[in-house]
Design a binder for this molecule. Sequence first.
Ligand code: HEC
Length: 320
Amino acid sequence: MRAVPTLRYLVTTVPFTAHFIDDEDGHGEDGGPTGGLTWSGRADTPHEQALIPLFAHNEMANASPADLARRVMHSAYAADFEAAFSGPGERVFDDPARVVSWLASALEVYQQSENEFYPFSSKYDAFMRHQATLSPAEMRGLTLFNAPNKGNCASCHTSSLTSSGGLPRFTDSAYSALGVPRNRAIRANGDPKYFDLGLCANGRFNRSEHDDWCGLFKTPTLRNVATRRAFFHNGVFHSLEQVVRFYATRDSQPERWYPKDTRGKVRKFDDLPARYHGNVNVSAPFGASPGDRPRLTEAEVRDIVTFLNTLTDGWKSPTN
Ligand code: HEC
């Protein structure tokens, strides 16, 4: 139903809030819905998040806590699990609810391991620490990524140090509707009445209370994005060039991205019911009119992709 979201760099993600105030004394502007985990903010902690796929009928499909506990009990690591989570005189396997809870806790703690989940070891991190220089193409890409009248990418995928001096996470943890094209490879999309509405349907609210949240998905971090093979919540794109080209030409050349109806009219935002089309973001890099020059040239698209490749962890200086 959706592309697997990255689990990296989530340690500082705040629990979901409908009104995020980015200001210590609480008098800042309302940044709107922010935080939470998964593409649509269904969970607040990695503990809660881990339980979703374990029990989802289209994912790991455990029927009940007892079903899951039975599988753990018959796993290769059953003895380790029992030794780690049984107290004096009590066996963890006697209580399925405790097995589930400890299993999710183990996954939560694992996702806090620095080396695996937030090593900050990309070339861009070295650049921020003044231990590396970017190539001319990478530097051009960074400039285009930040420039408000070009990519304007950093307005959502933050690229500068945090207010307390932390390395950037390349997400503001907020939600936007980008009008991503419908992915016809998703079986559920065979039903023309089926739509993945994202934030307004994340199970926390009554849908009608938050019509303006339909079609919004969480801004993912772009760290390690060059290692991914399916992009956006519905996995419709398979290369970074395509993604960046989509940002550059969604509004100036919509016929490149959306199918036509029987009268030859381009069906823009075809993965969202018409009544929610007003939710789609039209700020830069979007907002051009059909026929306008694309916001980014092909060469500029390539420079941004080259820059995005500096966000992959495990970079080693070629000189030492
Ligand atoms: C208005 C906020 C906003 C701006 C501006 C923005 N993005 Fe995004 N970006 C998002 C959101 C939200 C998503 C997820 C959308 C979805 O899946 O429906 C996303 C997804 C992506 C992805 C897919 C990542 C993945 O893991 O699937 C890439 C790559 C990306 N953006 C790069 C860029 C680049 C490059 C720019 C500038 C040209 C940019 N973004 C501008 C909010 C933004």
